[in-house]
Design a protein around this ligand. Structure first.
Ligand code: FES
Length: 264
């Protein structure tokens, strides 16, 4: 899939849905242009609309899902920018730039294994929707620290989902990467188009482990990397990661990379 160029400036949209999903806030707004052009795995730069310059910078948020013209984002309050966003209610306004970044690039026709950790599950719902529509078998492995985050697994109820929590409060105790080797065990020897592909988003240690397991099993894995972002459009160099092809900007050359490209 090839990403189209995003609009050059922030556009305001009114919030039409704002609800708590465990530890996260689900916010929806109507944005026909974003809904029509977004690729799963792309992200938006988002801030509360209005004259306040504090916080000044929008925050990068993965596009969680799209339903007709409705665009959804899932937010974990972790800093000033995101705390402002989770306070938004229906009728409040968001300023949004995007869609940005490259997005996931599914290739084969085999099972798609979607692996999310914590708020890293956010961009996987749109990917699950898109892969299911294209006839792929979608399996989701979703991992969380505890129950309040694991509530967000309800957003994936249309799909085959296994939930893992570190404290065993929901689903199976353990890390979401632990069952991956078994899931990929019968991958060896399959022709490319029937092989399982892995798509993952989550904290760095989880992605690193997935990259290791994918390499061991010969599976293709695409990882959505996280980085602190200021501009979101490739201008400030603040989001670079080391890859086998040199330093790359997560915002404009990512956030999705082949697992073997990232140097940890
Ligand atoms: Fe500025 Fe990526 S956030 S270059």
């Amino acid at each position: 899939m090839v990403a189209k160029p995003a609009p050059a400036s922030l556009i305001e949209y009114p919030v039409v849905e704002s609800r708590q999903v465990g530890a996260y806030r689900l916010i929806s707004f109507v944005a026909r242009e974003i809904a029509a052009s977004a690729i799963p795995g792309q992200f938006l730069m988002v801030r509360q609309a209005g004259p306040s310059l504090d916080p000044l910078l929008p925050r990068p948020l993965g596009i969680h899902d799209i339903d007709s013209d409705l665009v959804r984002i899932l937010i974990e309050p972790v800093g000033k920018g995101t705390y402002e966003l989770v306070r938004l209610r229906v009728g409040d306004r968001l300023s949004v730039l995007g869609p940005l970044g490259n997005g996931f690039d599914p290739r084969g026709g085999g099972t798609a294994l979607l692996v999310g950790g914590g708020i890293g599950v956010a961009p996987l719902a749109l990917l699950a929707r898109s892969l299911t529509a294209s006839g792929r078998d979608v399996h989701c492995l979703l991992g969380f620290r505890t129950r309040s985050q694991a509530v967000s697994a309800e957003l994936f109820r249309e799909y085959y989902v296994k939930v893992f929590t570190e404290d065993a409060s929901v689903g199976t105790r353990g890390l979401v990467s632990e069952p991956l080797s078994a899931c990929l065990a019968d991958n060896a020897g399959k022709r490319d188009e029937h092989a399982t592909e892995v798509f993952a988003c989550g904290p760095d240690p989880m992605l690193r482990e997935i990259a290791r397991i994918a390499e061991e099993s010969g599976a293709r894995a695409q990882l959505s990397a996280a980085a602190h972002m200021a501009c979101g459009i490739g201008a400030c160099q603040g989001c670079v990661v080391r890859t086998t092809g040199g330093y790359r900007r997560v915002c404009s050359e990512g956030p999705v990379f082949e697992a073997g490209e990232l140097i940890w």
